[in-house]
Design a protein around this ligand. Structure first.
Ligand SMILES: [Mg+2]
Length: 214
């Protein structure tokens, strides 16, 4: 039985759409102009910016009285509330599981938020297990977090595949361990010279198909 490691944000679950939906609601509530959404998306940087820095940027720009703790919580809960599992992705995961693959999510992020997304969307029904960087104490691309993911499913890393959209965290991490990988390009070109994915795909379903056929 082969192990299949999967990234969460913008791989199994869309994050851009939920963050934008939350952001538009939030800006309306604080009376900010709708076009500020572009500023907020830039600050968020696809989720790479530390949440505390995003909260501070919001407080400064709009003179908010809310505490940073509350804003960070709202940032987390807002994305969770808008997250949906694409039924076609669920179907493809089910087929992958039935074909004998053991799917385990390896995600960088806050444990409470990432677990809430996994459970509330129903994604947990299609996974053997998951590991989140905050609780693991180590983040992708560090090989240790991939090893923890394998351990949770009582699997060996040898022969595993990794699917993800981050060149460094997902593909770089897999490459360091000698794992095969599929990169979701999301309209970007591959520019990293030191390593490369086994396959490039234009979406999660195509990526799963590549692994099944691979
Ligand atoms: Mg991602």
């Amino acid at each position: 039985m082969p192990l299949l490691l999967l990234d969460l944000d913008n791989t199994l679950l869309d994050r851009v759409g939920p963050f934008r939906a939350w952001g538009e609601d939030f800006l309306r509530q604080v009376g900010a102009p709708a076009e500020d959404i572009q500023w907020l998306l830039d600050v968020d940087a696809d989720g790479l910016t530390d949440r505390w820095d995003v909260a501070d940027a919001l407080r400064d720009r709009y003179g908010l009285r809310a505490s940073s703790v509350d804003l960070v919580e709202e940032l987390h809960d807002g994305v969770v509330a808008h997250s949906r599992l694409d039924p076609m992705v669920a179907c493809a995961l089910k087929i992958t599981g039935e074909a004998g693959w053991v799917p385990v999510v390896v995600s960088n992020g806050a444990t409470r938020q990432q677990e809430a997304k996994i459970r509330k969307t129903g994604l947990d029904r299609y996974l053997a297990d998951w590991v989140i960087s905050e609780e693991a104490g180590v983040s992708k691309p560090n090989p240790r977090i991939f090893a923890i993911g394998a351990q949770r499913a009582r699997m060996r890393l040898a022969g595993a595949w990794m699917i993800g959209d981050s060149p460094e965290a997902d593909i770089g991490g897999a490459s360091e361990l000698g794992l095969r990988s599929v990169w979701l390009h999301r309209g970007r070109r591959w520019i990293e010279q030191r390593y490369a994915p086994t396959y490039t795909a234009d979406g999660t379903i195509a990526a799963l198909a590549a692994v099944l056929g691979g």
